[in-house]
Design a protein. Structure first.
Length: 108
């Protein structure tokens, strides 16, 4: 017999694999994939959302902000769901509090 025949003969004589380990392996792999997704996607998004909510709660008059639409302004009034911004001399607009994207640093 040649070398190839011995390899084929050796694989043919193995007992069939039992299915008990495959479910456990699949479960472990699914948990591993969920863990990776959680630490790479879900956890950072929740952290950023929490920081944004804290920033919205701490808004006060005089804060410089930028809206999600790209409008820069200064907070002149804060209500439950509405923020009034001064965007130019004698020009004030009301925007939804959730539309405030960031408080840029003074260097921007």
């Amino acid at each position: 017999m040649t070398g190839t025949s011995w390899i084929l003969l050796g694989t043919a004589q193995r007992p069939p694999a039992e299915g008990g380990g495959s479910f456990l392996t699949t479960l472990v792999m699914m948990l591993l994939i969920f863990g990776v997704f959680y630490f790479l996607l879900i956890a950072p998004a929740r952290k950023k959302q929490k920081q944004h909510g804290e920033m919205l709660q701490s808004l006060k008059n005089g804060d410089r902000v930028v809206t999600t639409g790209g409008i820069y302004g200064t907070v002149v009034g804060v209500a439950d769901h509405v923020v009034q911004l001064r965007i130019a001399d004698q020009v004030k607009i009301d925007v939804a509090k959730n539309a405030i994207a960031d408080r840029p640093s003074s260097d921007d």
